[in-house]
Write a protein of this length. Sequence first.
Length: 365
Amino acid sequence: MILDDTFKGKTVLITGHTGFKGTWLTAWLNKLGAKVTGISLGVATSPSHFDSFKDLDYVEDLVLDIRDRKSLKKVVNEVQPDFIFHLAAQALVRDSYVNPVDTWETNSIGTLNLLESLRELDKESTAVLITSDKCYNNKEWVWGYKEDDELGGPDPYSASKGVAELIIRSYVKSFFPQDITKVRIASARAGNVIGGGDWSKDRIVPDVIKAWQNNKTVELRSPHSTRPWQHVLEPLSGYLNLAQRLNEDINLHGESFNFGPLAQQNYSVSDLVNFMSKQLKGLSWKDVSDQDQGPYESGLLKLNCDKALSLLNWHSVMDFEKTVDFTAEWYNEFYKDNQKAADVTSKQIDSFCKLANKQQIKWSM
């Protein structure tokens, strides 16, 4: 497989490796034969997906705050990574209203600190810096946002991600000119991912799982809101695909890419829960949309992924029903069948790659 050839034996640095996406990415890179070093503030939830990998020697696990520029520079210099995936973030919109300064410092200045660290990295390296689909100034259009659309949303989280994109663009132009740079950089934008191993607060699937586990009815604040749902492995395949291609093609240096689901995968929150209930027996929900909804969160947000299809030959693998099946199956096997999280995750990565291969998606060949 192309990805095996790219990452086997390579040194990879992941920021935010203990988070939802970060843990799945760490597991996948381990299967590809990479030597992974991860930096984060530690595990943020209990249970924790990442904790299931601690005894498997998957990753060199470092506790570090990306707002600490001096320490971050030291780690980057010591690790000497061949590839960097930057996922560390304050990732919750609602929390950004409570702690706006922390959100800006982590998401915007944290990205700047990593770029400063890469300026001092004297070796050939490839960096994929992940921001968010919420980096766009969302006007809730019915069509998808393209990579050159206006950046910056109204809430602190969205604005901080838009600024992170501007910082990346500025640093690439100012300090990593294509004709002499040793470090190749691109940014990636995705969102609304679901999948097993997520126990974060203020997310629909963890809320569903908590209610299901405790034989309670899950309360849906916005049951009729639609989202372009995708499994966590979909954007991760995009990040890995992008890193592989960027490593080969300098012309992708400085580019940004959207990684989202097919347009027809816009389903409501209630649709998601109803589909999950087919596997999670006893799951029920109730509409609490008449209660206080809290601060503003964007509604409809879609991505146009034509650029990824054209330049990377990337597109999503699973339809909505398969996405939900994968998600519910993971929790069923973890809770009901008492399987280890690491084993379920490894099995699903293999299954996902086989599905992609059947569709002859290039990264899976």
